[in-house]
Ligand binder design. Structure first.
Ligand code: PLP
Length: 376
């Protein structure tokens, strides 16, 4: 029998029939399904003064977000080192440098006091990333952004469906990005959404995702295209195809149940694992949070032993993440004190979290973790 995986997407009859329908439709590129997916996202997030654009991946969304605000050669973008490689590569792809910032010990999100110290005349933006089931201090980020005239790119790949002070994530940020890659809370196989603040920014992103073609999206959303148009800007092949959007639509329709089941599992984990004194659990009650992953922290010398023990007993674990500044490709970029990151990255362990986990699976996982600490 194979191990309980860290992530498991929920693909049911709804997704299969959505795929069949989209394939039978015959318009395989960007078309009506993408328009509908954007419309449903807009509705789900209750967006009034924000505009979503569907893209091929979260990485593409980050790349276009950086280009949109004019990040380029010689600029600096502050990001937590404790972040996804996609963010670092997107920054480098523009010609700019990532500047690695530390995180807070409690939230594992960017430490804004340390971030402020890294701001200089080259700083164009800060990437704020909500980690796992934690949210950044978004009010303070907005203050920092206004005070220093720098833009905020909100990487909300982990916080789709969560609320910050009763506002849905995606509905209030300067620029916000979501990922729907295969392991995220909901998936479109691969896909991303960029939420921008004006119709003008929306138009620019719509052109950039279609190799710069000024091809109107509203025509393509009728499964049609124009044959004459202008090209006035840099562009990439970063659009979302219909088939992916069809799956995204089917997944989005299940968000309420997905969110409730993930919350329930995380509360169970916190409740049972919180009694183990050798473990540090997420400091949240999961109210208003749709958790993407669940992590525990184990003192450094035992993290790998616990991971091996769980694996031998049929349970996979993950590490989110190895910090950016330790990779060969990124080691020469600037950073300040990263002491919290350097500790956390040796303690952190992701344990399985899926939508609709069975009671058997949940209790096997907590029991096995408990056994490890009893016997070791
Ligand atoms: C998954 C992820 C990304 C990248 O999104 P893709 O859709 O995989 O390109 C970026 N940032 C964070 C925090 C992520 O978890």
């Amino acid at each position: 029998m194979s191990n309980i995986p860290v992530f498991r997407p929920i693909i049911s009859a709804d997704e299969f029939s959505a795929c069949t329908e989209a394939l039978e439709n015959g318009w395989l590129g960007m078309g009506s399904y993408v328009g509908d997916f954007e419309k449903n996202i807009k509705q789900f997030l209750s967006l009034n003064d924000r505009f979503p654009v569907a893209l091929s991946t979260g990485h593409a969304a980050l790349h276009l977000a950086l280009l949109l605000i004019g990040v380029g050669d010689g600029d600096e973008v502050i990001t937590p080192s404790f972040n996804n490689i996609a963010d670092f590569q997107a920054i480098i792809a523009t010609g700019a440098s990532p500047v690695f910032c530390d995180i807070c010990d409690n939230s594992l999100c960017i430490d804004l006091e340390k971030a402020e110290r890294l701001i200089n005349s080259k700083t164009k933006a800060i990437i704020s990333m909500d980690y796992a089931c934690q949210l950044c201090d978004h009010d303070k980020l907005e203050e920092l952004s206004k005070k220093n005239s720098i833009r905020i790119i909100h990487d909300a790949a982990h916080s789709f469906g969560s609320k910050y002070k009763n506002k849905l994530i995606g509905s209030f940020s300067d620029i916000c990005m979501f990922s729907f890659d295969p392991v995220k809370t909901i998936t479109s196989i691969d896909g991303g959404i960029l939420v921008v603040k004006s119709e003008e920014e929306q138009q620019i992103i719509q052109e950039m995702r279609l190799i710069g073609m000024g091809q109107p999206s509203k025509v393509m959303y009728q499964n049609k295209r124009a044959w004459t148009y202008d090209v006035s800007r840099l562009g990439f092949r970063y659009h979302m195809p219909n088939l992916h959007a069809a799956i995204g639509i089917a997944q989005l329709a299940k968000m309420e149940q997905i969110s409730a089941s993930r919350q329930e599992t995380c509360r169970y984990y916190n409740n049972v694992l919180g009694r183990i004194s050798d473990l540090n659990i997420p400091d949240t009650n999961f109210d208003n949070i749709t958790p993407f992953l669940y992590y525990i922290r184990v003192a450094e010398d035992r993290r790998n032993a616990l991971s091996d023990y769980l694996s031998k007993n049929g349970i996979d674990t993950g590490i989110h993440w190895q910090p950016g500044h330790l990779f060969t490709r990124f080691q020469d970029y600037p950073h300040d004190d990263l002491s919290v990151t350097n500790t956390i990255c040796r303690e952190i362990l992701t344990i399985p979290l899926h939508s609709f986990m069975s009671d058997d699976i949940k209790s096997k996982i907590v029991k096995t973790i408990g056994d490890f600490f009893k016997n070791n």
